[in-house]
Design a protein. Sequence first.
Length: 219
Amino acid sequence: MAAAQGQRSDGAGEMDGSEGKVADSAPPPFRAAVDALRGARLRPEIEIDPTRAPQRLAPYAYALEAAVVEGEDDLADGRLVLLHDPAGHDAWQGTFRLVTLVRAELEPEMAADPLLPEVCWSWLTGALQSRGLSAGEASGTVTRAGSHYFGGLAERPPASQIEIRASWTPREGPGGAPDTATHLAAWCELLCQVAGLPPVTPGDGSVVSLPQRRGPLSR
């Protein structure tokens, strides 16, 4: 199983890239939240690495990128960003915010399902609720896109892709830090469901999964 590791984000989050640690000057709640992300234990299908965090969204930020891998194929990929503003943020209604992007390639018939956006959004909210997590001020979009190839690319079959962008405010614990490890596990469960893998809680009839993908995600 993979565990996230820390990396410098050019000032945002004051990460120490050489040691993979949060700088001592960063607020303790942020350091605790990042440590929890770095130590999270995830599904074996998930490959996860730190990536450069955005610099202007909040005083402190930490980012991870992940992929659902089967053999040599990436079935889905995504990015999760933890933001922290010790002064609070009116739009967040809190001091922390999680921002995410998830994408996967779909079979054309699945992409044509009119209920697909609602189902994908329910995977996110359901993954959080099943773990008892709060998702305050949640917002996002679910986008379907189709590609048809011509000329020198005409031999490629049509491709369809789903993209989920979302953000939410995690509930802060007694020490001021949210349970980021559990939020990461829920997000990875969304990533696996979008990839077509079964949920980690088999027998849950309220969860609908897409069929298993046959090929790699187009880049």
